[in-house]
Design a protein around this ligand. Structure first.
Ligand code: ADP
Length: 607
């Protein structure tokens, strides 16, 4: 037990560190780090039981020799073996060696080494090296994909290509077109700070936590909360190193001298961008993105709804308003449990019992908060000058108040410490840090995301909610549920928060996740994104017409990556050398992430 009551060292700041927190948010990072530090009962460092993880298909000495060769060409300081004790860190100082929010034993998804390319030719060099030695690579931008695997590779012993550390330039911000072009190590914080520094009247759409990279989040189909919340939909132009080392630009970037790379995403011919998102078909080294012009005003509103079943009515009210753009942003409909958890207090301050926190207990605590008793909370934002906002918000009010018991909370009645103010900032394109507070709910807090998608229709949402609730109840997990309002669909994001220091809780959480994925698929719902160790299961729920989509993905994989070196298994796509060797993890789960080795070489041969 290494519980420490000492205050931890101050987190790194931006711009001193490319992945640091801006000074304006440092106080929140210091606060949250201290909470996490003081609520940790497991050791900060985990000694390695299994030593250096050598990837399947290569012997130890051959691997070490290959690493030595690479350090000669890339530079010794840019090639680091991952053979030290594992340090989980926390959000702002996350590891690039393994998954800090492990589900299986932490050593199941460790890498063998981390390499830090400094430019595109370096990335090509690493890719060619991997092809020569048949060593699996796993590219990350910043590796803050927490809850979905962090920086961990799917195949134990892969070499992490950490692009962000040295490739973190904002290459362009165009205030007239409202676009930008960034490298992998540019976080939402960094992009926002740069725009402020330049004094441009443009907004960055940001996820709840701004420390992730613009590229990593977009490739994972992440969302933010302004009208530009669909990040993939807002991107324009990729530069990609293919698994063979070739370099291409998509869209208008393929036309030498074009100045429209960031303004027209399609170019000419098939739109190839899609195959580089949620896949293992290339390493993205540059990406363009649309930015939102300052709309001249914004106002975040907050409504509460009393009963669980109000969700049915609410969602059917939201749909037409959202499609007609009266409700303009990617809003959140949050379950009230998160409202108290986001205060940053420990669960034990509310409830000491096992099993999910009972509704009476939840309500008795909510009653003491400014929003009062409720089950659902809607945070939305209206944009434009006051008269434009009033027009839209009057309609919203009239519609929302049709639900008996609905209440509009006057923001001026809320203390400055209330979570509302953070949501208001995020919906106005200002990356924040408040959402991390719920990590303090349990000791050694980790989380997983269960994130199915449904049409914005009451009956669908109610079905999904019941699936999640039943399985959470079965495994004694509190329901941290948010519906993220897209245009015509909702992402149901269940943050399954757990004590990662307890192998029993990790098992329970894994079982709960696997059952929810299956239940949802049987009812016709699929995840938009998932943790590394659930990707096989999720990918195989998208199995229409005898797995036609996966067969197509495998064909692409074999054509683009004949040696199967790039992120094998990511998103359930396995290259030929790994297929039919038991690498896939099915709905029943298991204790190892590995299969029975790899074929010595692909049937279509080495490059
Ligand atoms: P973030 O930068 O937001 O922390 P990550 O770097 O963890 O996100 O990226 C999430 C996932 O997306 C990674 O696990 C990786 O599989 C993929 N990914 C991220 N960046 C790239 C990239 N530049 N090229 C290819 N795949 C990437």
């Amino acid at each position: 037990m290494s519980t420490s009551t000492n205050e931890p060292p101050t987190p790194p700041t931006y711009p001193a560190s490319y992945s640091g927190i801006p000074e304006r948010l440092l106080h929140k990072a210091v606060r949250d780090k201290s909470r996490i530090w003081n609520h940790q009962s497991i050791d900060f460092l985990t000694p390695r039981k299994r030593g250096l993880a050598i990837p399947a298909g290569i012997g130890r000495s051959e691997f070490l020799k290959a690493i030595e060769d690479l350090s000669h060409t890339l530079g010794k300081e840019h090639v680091v073996l991952n053979d030290q004790p594992l340090e989980d860190g926390w959000y702002m100082e996350h590891p690039n060696t393994h998954d800090a929010f492990m589900i299986m034993d932490g050593e199941e998804t460790v890498s063998s080494a981390v390499v830090y390319p400094g430019n595109v030719p370096d990335v090509q060099l690493v890719v060619k090296w991997a092809n020569k030695h048949l060593i699996p690579l796993y590219p990350i931008s910043m590796g803050r994909n927490l809850g979905y695997g962090g920086a961990a590779p799917r195949v134990r012993g892969s070499v992490i290509v950490d692009l962000g550390k040295r490739m973190n330039k904002i290459l362009d911000i165009n205030p007239d077109d409202c676009t930008c072009l960034v490298e992998p190590g540019v976080s939402f914080y960094a992009l926002y700070e740069e725009i402020q520094k330049k004094g441009y009247k443009i907004w960055v759409d940001t996820p709840d936590l701004g420390g992730g990279s613009v590229i990593g989040n977009t490739l994972e189909h992440g969302v933010g909360y302004t009208p530009y919340g669909d990040h993939w939909g807002a991107h324009s132009g990729l530069e990609v190193v293919l698994p063979t080392g070739d370099l291409l630009r998509t869209g208008m970037g393929a036309l030498p001298g074009s100045d429209a790379w960031q303004t027209f995403p399609y170019g000419f011919g098939p739109i190839s961008d899609g195959i580089f998102s949620q896949s293992n078909f290339g390493i993205v080294t540059k990406m363009g993105m649309a930015l939102m012009p300052d709309p001249g005003g914004d106002e975040t509103f907050l409504y509460t709804f009393q009963n669980e079943n109000d969700l049915l009515l609410l969602v059917d009210i939201v749909r037409p308003l959202r499609i007609a753009n009266i409700l303009e942003n990617v809003a959140q409909i949050r379950h009230a449990t998160i409202e108290i958890a986001v205060s940053g207090k420990r669960r034990s301050e509310y409830y000491e019992g096992t099993g999910p926190i009972p509704n009476e207990v939840l309500q008795s605590h909510l009653e003491k908060t400014p929003i009062g008793k409720c089950t659902w909370v809607y945070y939305g934002t209206s944009y434009g000058p006051p008269h434009v906002r009033k027009y839209k918000m009057d309609i919203v009010h009239q519609e929302f108040m049709k639900i008996p018991g609905a209440k509009r909370i006057d923001p001026t009645s809320l203390p400055k410490s209330h979570y509302y103010w953070s949501r208001a900032k995020i919906a106005a394109g200002q990356p924040d840090f408040e959402e991390l507070s719920y990590m303090n709910w349990v000791p050694n807090g980790g989380h997983l995301g269960f994130s199915p998608v449904s049409p914005t229709r009451g009956p669908d949402v109610l079905k999904l909610w019941k699936i999640a609730k039943q399985r959470h109840d079965q495994y004694g997990i509190d329901l941290f549920m948010t519906f993220v309002v897209g245009m015509r669909e909702l992402h149901m994001i269940n943050l399954v928060v757990y004590d990662r220091g307890s192998p029993e809780r990790r098992k329970a959480v894994e079982k709960c996740m696997r059952l929810m994925i299956d239940d949802a698929a049987k009812a016709g719902y699929g995840e938009y994104r998932t943790h590394l160790l659930f990707q096989d299961q999720v990918a195989r729920t998208y199995n229409w017409n005898d797995n036609a989509l996966m067969k197509f993905n495998e064909k692409l994989k074999d054509a683009l990556d004949p040696n199967g070196i790039l992120a094998p298994g990511r998103c359930g796509i396995w290259p030929e050398r790994y297929r039919d060797r038991g690498w896939e993890i099915g709905p029943e789960g298991r204790d190892t992430s590995e299969g029975q080795g790899v074929r010595p070489s692909a049937s279509n041969g080495r490059l």
